[in-house]
Design a protein around this ligand. Structure first.
Ligand code: ADP
Ligand code: ZN
Length: 212
């Protein structure tokens, strides 16, 4: 099964991708996590991506399409994957089509902007493994420590309130058109993001026809 998760920053794509990944045994492929990893390691790619990411802008299509293409060629992606944060522009969606990738479903997680802004302030991510948390809705067992790997769960620089607003604008302008793009293929399903992570997961599994 090849899935795409669509949704504004902070809508909960990463969290739901982790749940689907655990359920189906297929990898979550998060371009955001891969880019953050590159920035942390100071690779050339990371250096090229950093300024755009910190300001809440998109990294160029060339860069992102390149890393995505390499990633889906890895052996663990053979039986399917969950794309989390890709495609984010129509050009990226077209590139995916040109690669011959067959998409089974595109799941949009919809959350109103006001709720997104409130949520982002509590979001934390593990510096080491990328696992995502929320201080209220999905806290780590020990404060600030990743349950998965023991790394530090910290706030992302681009989750600062000013940056969140511009990321939402970028989403509306560049990424929201993908809803029409995939609506036309008949593959788009939309679920309403709930307060509780588990409630959203249930809706997500239902929408994908996975038995909870
Ligand atoms: P969120 O979904 O919360 O916005 P991500 O972790 O998916 O966060 O992405 C963080 C940042 O990484 C984005 O704001 C953008 O700068 C960059 N990025 C991630 N994926 C893409 C993509 N497919 N195209 C362009 N930039 C991307
Ligand atoms: Zn971790």
């Amino acid at each position: 099964m090849n899935l795409i998760l669509l949704g504004a920053p902070g809508a909960g794509k990463g969290t739901q991708a982790e749940a689907i990944s655990a359920k189906l045994g297929i990898p979550q492929i998060s371009t955001g996590n891969m880019l953050r990893e590159a920035v942390k390691n100071g690779t050339e790619l990371g250096l090229r991506a950093k300024a755009a990411m910190d300001s809440g802008a998109l990294v160029s299509d060339d860069i992102v399409i390149g890393i995505l293409k390499d990633r889906i060629a890895e052996p663990d992606a053979k039986n399917g994957y969950i794309l989390d944060g890709f495609p984010r522009t129509v050009a990226q969606a077209e590139a995916l089509d040109e690669m011959g990738v067959q998409i089974d479903k595109v799941l949009e997680i919809h959350v109103a902007n006001e709720r997104i802004i409130a949520r982002m302030s509590g979001r934390r991510v593990c510096e080491k493994c990328g696992a995502s948390y929320h201080i209220e809705y999905k806290p780590t067992t020990k404060p600030g420590i990743c349950d998965v790997c023991g790394g530090a769960a910290v706030q992302r620089a681009d989750d600062a309130p000013e940056t969140v607003l511009s990321r939402l604008e970028v989403y509306e302008e560049k990424t929201a058109p993908l809803k029409d793009y995939y609506w036309e293929t008949g593959k788009l399903v939309t679920v309403e993001g709930q307060e509780e992570v588990a409630d959203t997961t249930k809706l997500v599994f239902d929408a994908l026809g996975i038995n909870g």
